[in-house]
Structure formats: structure tokens, C-alpha cells
Design a protein around this ligand. Structure first.
Ligand code: 6PG
Length: 247
């Protein structure tokens, strides 16, 4: 879909603190869930360190008891190819941060099985998403909300600068490789992320401020930042940032 036809809504949300940012994410999710009592919500979580405080907030009151967890389905935008109890596991981080402390039905937690063979698991996870997540008008599954972090090199999920996975047009989930460590990953692809109703970057700290401002200004950059390729076809794109991140 050409840029011209994309219904673009890009917004910046600047917060005084990570706590205020986390509270607002939890409040927004609760509000959305309560506003649509008849609907399940399909959410894709991000990994890395930044979202940990957001997840911890979801395990605290009032969200722990008021969130209709039975109508919330959780997926992951990417995973490291390690078992769930491994310290690098994105699922493991989420389990420790909130999943083990809330009453969400097990069948609503759709983790990427990082312990499996990467290509097989990417295909299996694609099937699970296509079976469960309602489709957009283009036939691609449409998440209600996708959380993204931002790598210092402009990567998102496990889509790294220059990686072939960025060229993927058909598959919605593929195996990938971390450019420095060579470690295997499994990741959503651009067609799936850009089919979401809402995509939110959560960026905190000072070290990513410059890259965010380059992307928001649409500057031509030396590296083609995968983060700059996030342009929802028919959805909201947001940058949630701490004030000392925003430039
Ligand atoms: C991962 C993530 C990745 C992450 C960024 C930012 O599995 O590592 O999904 O895309 O969001 O690397 O990581 P930090 O939040 O730790 O800076």
C-alpha cells in the first residue's frame, strides 16, 4: 500500500516519569477493555528492558483485579530462541513481571516457544495468530495493540537494520538473527505490525532521543532504521516517551 493511501495518525505522548507513562498504559488498556465489553482484545507485547515497569504496573491494583483478563489475549512481537526460564526470555520477563501475579487464563497467553527450532516455531506461531486474531480488510491478522521497544540501532521487535526479514511481504512471522551476537530470534514482520489498529513505541532514557527525533522528522539517515518503516496501513502510531527522551 503506498504511503499516500495509508490513513496516518502519528502521535507523541511525553511523560514526566516512567511511572506516569506506565500508569497511563495500564489505564488506557483497562479503558479500552471496559469500553468494548463484548470483545476480546489481542495485544502483542514487546521484550527488552523498557516495558518491564509497564508490566509490573499491570500486576498492581486496580488493574490486577479490574482488568477483564479473561478477554485479553497476549502474544509477543518477538522472542529470543531460548527456553522460557532462560534469563534472556521475553516471555520469562513478562511472566516474572506480571503474568505470574494475575488471573489470566492460560489459554489466553500465546507465547513464542523459543525452545523450538526457529523456522518451525515461526511457522507454528504464524498459524496460531492466523487462527485466533481477527483479520483486517486485507486478510492480514489485525492486533488491537502492538507494543514496541526501540533498539539503539533503530531495530524493532527482532527486525534489525539491513536484515532480509524486512523484505518479507507474505509471512507474518519469521526467524531472524541478531547481527552482533548471531543468536536466533523469532519476530513479527512489517506486514503484520503495519496491519495493527494501534502501534505504540515505548522509549525511555536519554540514549535514544536522537534516533527518535531523526525518525519523527523523517530525516534521511545513514542506516535505514526499521523503526522508520512502522507506518500502520489503517491504524494509530504513537511514541510514548519520558520527557528526557524527547528532544
Ligand atoms: C527484544 C525486543 C527488542 C527491544 C529493543 C529495546 O527482544 O530485545 O523486543 O526489540 O524492544 O531491543 O530494548 P530495551 O528496551 O532493552 O532498550
Amino acid at each position: 500500500m503506498s504511503d499516500k493511501n495509508r490513513k496516518k495518525t502519528t502521535g507523541k505522548k511525553i511523560f514526566d516519569s516512567v511511572k506516569e507513562l506506565s500508569d497511563t498504559v495500564a489505564e488506557t488498556l483497562l479503558g479500552k477493555a471496559l469500553d468494548t465489553p463484548e470483545k476480546n482484545l489481542y495485544i502483542a507485547l514487546s521484550g527488552g528492558n523498557t516495558p518491564r515497569v509497564i508490566y509490573q504496573r499491570l500486576a498492581e491494583e486496580p488493574y490486577r483485579s479490574q482488568m477483564p483478563w479473561d478477554r485479553i489475549h497476549l502474544f509477543w512481537g518477538d522472542e529470543r530462541c531460548v527456553p522460557p526460564q532462560h534469563p534472556d526470555s521475553n516471555f520469562g520477563m513478562a511472566a516474572e513481571s506480571f503474568l505470574n501475579r494475575i488471573s489470566i487464563p492460560e489459554e489466553n497467553v500465546h507465547r513464542i516457544k523459543g525452545e523450538n527450532r526457529p523456522d518451525d516455531e515461526a511457522a507454528r506461531y504464524e498459524k496460531e495468530i492466523r487462527k485466533l486474531v481477527p483479520k483486517s480488510s486485507s486478510g492480514i491478522p489485525r492486533f488491537d495493540w502492538i507494543f514496541l521497544g526501540l533498539g539503539i540501532d533503530g531495530h524493532i521487535a527482532s527486525l534489525f537494520p539491513g536484515s532480509n526479514a524486512l523484505e518479507e511481504k507474505k509471512r507474518i512471522c519469521v526467524a531472524a538473527v541478531h547481527p552482533e551476537s548471531g543468536r536466533k530470534r523469532i519476530t513479527f514482520t512489517l506486514p503484520l505490525i503495519n496491519s495493527s489498529a494501534r502501534v505504540s513505541f515505548f522509549v525511555t532514557g536519554t540514549d535514544k532521543g536522537e534516533i527518535v527525533s531523526e525518525i519523527l522528522k523523517g530525516k534521511k539517515t545513514r542506516i535505514n532504521y526499521p523503526a522508520a518503516m512502522i507506518k500502520p496501513f489503517d491504524g494509530i502510531l504513537e511514541w510514548w516517551m519520558e520527557k528526557n527522551t524527547a528532544r
